[in-house]
Design a binder for this molecule. Structure first.
Ligand code: DX5
Ligand code: ZN
Length: 226
C-alpha cells in the first residue's frame, strides 16, 4: 500500500463558479484536497464546513481536509460532522494533539498532522505513532501557486528516518508547489500523497495532469534507496 503514489488535487486552485464540474474532472485522482484557511494562522480565508458538505455530495473520492486554523481544538469536530475522510491539523497550533487524534479515530476517520516548512521534523516524535498520515508543507501555507522550498527534501529525509526508528508507515503527503517536474524527487525522498493545486487545475486537461503527476511520482519510487 505504501508503495503507491496517490494524487490529491487541491480545489483551492479550482474554478469556484464551476466547482461541481471541477470535481468531476479529477475523478481519476485518489483524494480531493480541501484547504481550510482562517485568515489568522494563514493570511487568507478559504472554505468552512458548509462548503465541505456540498463537496462531499459532488465527489465519490475521499476528502482530505487540511485545516490551516489557529484553533483546531475548537473547530475540528465541525469538519468531522461535515464528512472529512482524512482530517489534518497543524502541530504548530494544536493545544492537545493526542486528544484531537483520538477523537478523529473515534469518528472512524483518518488523522493527520501537518508541519510548516520552518517546523522541525523532530517535533513529530511524540505523536508519530498515532498518525495515519503526516503532511509536510513545501511552501508557507496560505495560497496556491507558490514556489516549492528546496529544504523540503531534507524534511522528507528526516521524516523517513523518524518513521523507520518508530517502525511506523503513515502516509506522507506533500503540499505546495508540486508538479510533474518535482514529483519524482519528492517521492524518492519519501512522499506518497502528492497535492496538486495549480499544476492540476491550471492545466488544460485536469485528468491528464493527474496522470502526469502520478507517472512522475511512480518514477520516483524507483529512485528510492531501500
Ligand atoms: C497552500 C495549500 C495548498 C495549495 C497548493 O497553503 O495548503 O494545498 O492549494 O497549491 P499549489 O499546488 O498550487 O502550490
Ligand atoms: Zn493544503
Amino acid at each position: 500500500m505504501s508503495q503507491l503514489v496517490r494524487i490529491s488535487p487541491s480545489i483551492l486552485a479550482a474554478d469556484f463558479l464551476n466547482l461541481g464540474e471541477e470535481l468531476k474532472s479529477v475523478e481519476n485522482a485518489d483524494f480531493i484536497h480541501y484547504d481550510v484557511m482562517d485568515g489568522d494562522f494563514v493570511p487568507n480565508i478559504s472554505f468552512g464546513p458548509g462548503l465541505l458538505r456540498a463537496v462531499k455530495r459532488g465527489t465519490d473520492l475521499p476528502v482530505d481536509v487540511h485545516m490551516m486554523v489557529s484553533n483546531p481544538d475548537e473547530v475540528f469536530r465541525d469538519y468531522l460532522e461535515a464528512g472529512a475522510d482524512v482530517l489534518t491539523f497543524h502541530l504548530e497550533t494544536a493545544k492537545h494533539a493526542h486528544r484531537i487524534v483520538d477523537e478523529i479515530h473515534r469518528y472512524g476517520r483518518r488523522a493527520a498532522v501537518a508541519i510548516n516548512p520552518g517546523t522541525a521534523v523532530s517535533t513529530l516524535d511524540a505523536i508519530i505513532d498515532y498518525l495515519d498520515m503526516v503532511l509536510v508543507m513545501s511552501v508557507n501555507p496560505g495560497f496556491s501557486g507558490q514556489q516549492f522550498i528546496e529544504h523540503t527534501y531534507t524534511q522528507l529525509n528526516k521524516l523517513t528516518d523518524l518513521c523507520r526508528r518508530h517502525a511506523v508507515r503513515p502516509l506522507v503527503e506533500i503540499d505546495g508547489g508540486i508538479s510533474p517536474k518535482n514529483a519524482n524527487r519528492v517521492v524518492a525522498a519519501g512522499a506518497n500523497v502528492l497535492v496538486g493545486g495549480s499544476s492540476v487545475f491550471e492545466a488544460p486537461d485536469h485528468a491528464q495532469a493527474v496522470e502526469d503527476m502520478r507517472s512522475a511520482g511512480m518514477r520516483g519510487l524507483a529512485m528510492r534507496q531501500l
